[in-house]
Design a protein around this ligand. Structure first.
Ligand SMILES: [Zn+2]
Length: 81
C-alpha cells in the first residue's frame, strides 16, 4: 500500500541493506537460539538487531536513518547505494 504512512521509506538504500541483512541473519530453522548465517552469538545476533533497527529507521525520521547508517558503517556493514 503506497499510501500507508508506515511504509513510507525515507532511505531506500538503507531499507534495501536492512532487508538483505535481515534475510541473511534470520533465525535458524532447527535451533531458535542460533542465527542461520552462522554467527557465533546467540539469537538475535548483532547483525539481525542492526537490520531491525535500520529497517525501522529507513521508514522513520531521516535523522534516525542517518544515525542507523552511521552505526552500520561503524559495525563494518556497508549501506548499498
Ligand atoms: Zn547473524
Amino acid at each position: 500500500m503506497a499510501n500507508d504512512p508506515a511504509e513510507r521509506i525515507v532511505d531506500q538504500a538503507l531499507a534495501r541493506t536492512a532487508d538483505q541483512l535481515a534475510a541473511a541473519h534470520s533465525q535458524h530453522p532447527d535451533n531458535p537460539r542460533r542465527c542461520a548465517a552462522g554467527c557465533h552469538s546467540a539469537w538475535p545476533c548483532m547483525s539481525h538487531r542492526f537490520a531491525e533497527r535500520a529497517r525501522h529507521a529507513a521508514r522513520g525520521d531521516w535523522r534516525d536513518a542517518w544515525t542507523a547508517r552511521h552505526d552500520l558503517a561503524s559495525a563494518g556493514i556497508p549501506v548499498a547505494g
